[in-house]
Design a binder for this molecule. Structure first.
Ligand code: SAH
Length: 239
């Protein structure tokens, strides 16, 4: 059986013969926009049960039902890597969420540092971007996007066993300096204004934090997020 072209994230259990009701929005997309008829195939994932090939059994304007036939991929999760970043302009923040989902972040955490430009995010919109990115990149895992938190608070509660790749723009040009330590990790990317002296000093005192360089040029925060994830995935991740 050929795999379906359309992939959909659903918030329902998936399993052999399982019926999956679709939401109003999904019905609009599947049956209104994509014009799927009963019998058409859709690949489903929910972040827990792998990927399933399903078949449309009822297609309405506002609702519908899919039925799971066969599992086409088992569940696989990315390495335990969080991406912490200071939100920037809307389109660039969206980019960071989309790209870090594709690159295999397990959790995406917007943080407010001293020089962060924005003090609000739309968590629901960013989470929807992560879902869309997972749908299109063939992943079966959707990273959680957390609410905006103060960086100082996040560091107050920092887990003892989680290493922190602190991307420090003042090190531009130095060796990357990422130690080969196994276990849980996080990447921290600063805002357009960079980190404050106090933040930098605090990170330097944390035994879990490792200040690293991302090459000789100063990158914009969105570029830095992708570059840092590339370096980490290559050294310590699942690439
Ligand atoms: N305004 C700052 C640059 C901020 S760049 C300045 O001119 O110094 C935004 C973030 O991207 C930085 O806080 C850092 O986390 C990351 N970054 C960009 N280029 C980097 C580099 N070459 N090495 C390490 N981190 C970098």
């Amino acid at each position: 059986m050929k795999d379906a072209k359309i992939r959909l994230y659903v918030d329902q259990p998936l399993g052999m013969g399982q019926s999956v009701p679709v939401s109003r929005e999904q019905a609009h997309y599947l049956f209104g926009v994509m014009r799927l008829q009963p019998g058409a195939r859709v690949a489903l994932f929910n972040g827990k049960d792998g990927e399933w090939q399903s078949e449309v059994v009822a297609a309405g304007r506002k609702d519908g039902v899919l039925k799971c036939n066969v599992q086409s991929a088992s569940q696989s999760n990315p390495p335990d890597l969080w991406l912490l970043f200071a939100p920037i302009k809307k389109a660039r923040t969206d980019f960071i969420v989309e790209k870090s989902t594709e690159m295999g972040a397990a959790r995406i955490c917007p943080v407010q540092s001293e020089f962060t430009n924005s003090d609000r995010i739309r968590q629901d919109r960013l989470q929807a971007h992560a879902v869309e990115a997972a749908e299109q990149c063939g992943g079966v895992f959707v990273p959680e996007v957390t609410n905006l938190q103060k960086l100082s608070r996040v560091l107050d509660d920092w887990p003892e066993d989680r290493q922190l790749m602190f991307c420090d723009e003042t090190l531009a040009g130095d060796e990357a300096g990422l130690p080969l330590k196994e276990g849980p990790w996080a990447i921290l990317i600063g805002p357009e204004g960079g980190f404050s002296q106090a933040e930098r000093a605090r990170m330097r005192r944390m035994p879990q934090a490792h200040a690293v360089s991302l090459g000789p040029r100063i990158l914009r925060a969105d570029t830095a997020a992708v570059a840092a994830m590339t370096v980490w995935q290559q050294r310590l991740g699942d690439w």
